[in-house]
Design a binder for this molecule. Structure first.
Ligand code: SAH
Ligand code: SF4
Length: 349
């Protein structure tokens, strides 16, 4: 018999499941509360359930499906986890604690990625498969559970791990709704980062959610962006910016453009002026992240002085930017690509 992963079940599906076991409906509420209120990681801890119910749950159900393969802790407190999925695929997620009590989980939406960005370790791996909503959700759930055990709370989630969330749109949005309903993470504390799939940006704008949207731009000239990010051949900068403007108008929310600063590639003053002109007047900000060098890409991170110049030039166009602090450098905590430092200085709200 195949085991049921309880994280796959909605509240009413859990009712049906519990009734199917021959138990009373109110037990489902108790189990739900243990899972998402108290956040226990095993059935034995559900101490107000009859022993027989616990035994049945153990025989028929699981709490999650991710198998922890490895775990690393950085000197700055960043924690990286590697999981094996039921079919053997591997994914990573990262937890970043900040000084102000914020705890941010960086999670994966796919095993590997089909977008092939040349500077990205995940892109270099190629595509494995889409994750199910429960596999996306569980990555955050595990961190939330561990934090709850220490009296702490997972406050933010960013979709900046492996994969392109908008290439796995439905599961990503289902997982987002689970994060909000089950872990009580506010929409404004959840960020989706996309390589720039224009149709999905429009679709996302129509969802009526208050999430944050980050768009990985990295270049302002089509031929050059296409060389770094092949998806640009399908949706070029013009189409992408059109979709971004639609998002801003529709949601009245600010977009964050991500800029992996690569020495000599996109850290020049000329490029800053082009970017300033491109974004001028749009409700947005730029997050500059020094490139994290990866195996198959020869690029190096831009240096601090260049980044400061770049940022100053952008200001001349009324475009604000932040430079992210690099996190987890000693453990390569990039969900396979980024030395993650995500969103420390992004304003909340
Ligand atoms: N697929 C999505 C989200 C995952 S990647 C996207 O591309 O937006 C999260 C961020 O890390 C993106 O902005 C991506 O461009 C950036 N990134 C990937 N590889 C990087 C590297 N080697 N150094 C710095 N940033 C990188
Ligand atoms: Fe995929 Fe994002 Fe990496 Fe590009 S940067 S290959 S879209 S994970």
């Amino acid at each position: 018999m195949t085991m049921v992963n309880l994280y796959d079940l909605s509240r009413s599906e859990l009712d049906d499941f519990v009734i199917g076991l021959g138990d009373e409906r109110y037990r489902a509420r108790q189990i739900w509360d243990w899972m998402y209120g108290r956040r226990v990681d095993r059935f034995d801890a559900m101490s107000n359930l009859p022993k027989a119910t616990i035994a049945e749950l153990r025989e028929t159900a699981t709490l999650g499906s991710l198998e922890l393969v490895a775990r690393q802790q950085s000197r700055d407190g960043t924690e990286k986890r590697l999981y094996r999925l039921v079919d053997g695929q591997l994914i990573e997620s990262v937890l970043m604690p900040y000084d102000d009590d914020r705890k941010t989980a960086c999670i994966s939406s796919q095993a590997g990625c089909a977008m092939g960005c040349v500077f990205c370790a995940t892109g270099q791996m190629g595509f494995g498969r889409n994750l199910a909503a429960s596999e996306i959700f569980e990555q955050a759930m595990i961190f939330a559970r561990d934090l709850a055990g220490r009296g702490e709370r997972l406050s933010n989630v960013v979709f900046m791990g492996m994969g392109e969330p908008f290439h796995n749109y439905d599961a990503t949005l289902t997982a987002v709704r689970q994060l909000m309903a089950r872990l009580k993470i506010g929409a404004r504390h959840i960020t989706i980062s996309t390589v720039g799939l224009a149709p999905q940006i429009r679709r996302f704008a129509d969802e009526g959610l208050q999430l944050r949207l980050a768009v990985s731009l990295h270049k302002t000239v089509d031929a050059q962006r296409s060389a770094l990010m092949p998806v640009n051949k399908r949706w070029g900068i013009h189409a992408l910016l059109d979709a971004c403007r639609y998002y801003v108008v529709r949601t009245n929310r600010r977009i964050t453009f991500e800029w992996a600063a690569i020495a000599g590639e996109n850290d020049t003053e000329e490029e800053a002026h082009r970017l300033g002109r491109l974004l001028s007047g749009l409700l947005c900000q730029v997050n500059i992240i020094p490139l994290n060098p990866t195996g198959d890409f020869a690029g190096l991170p831009a240096d601090t002085a260049r980044i400061e110049n770049f940022s100053r030039a952008l200001r001349g166009y009324g475009v604000s930017s932040t430079v992210r602090v690099r996190r987890g450098i000693d453990i390569d905590a990039g969900c396979g690509q980024l030395i993650t430092e995500v969103l420390r200085d992004m304003p909340v709200g």
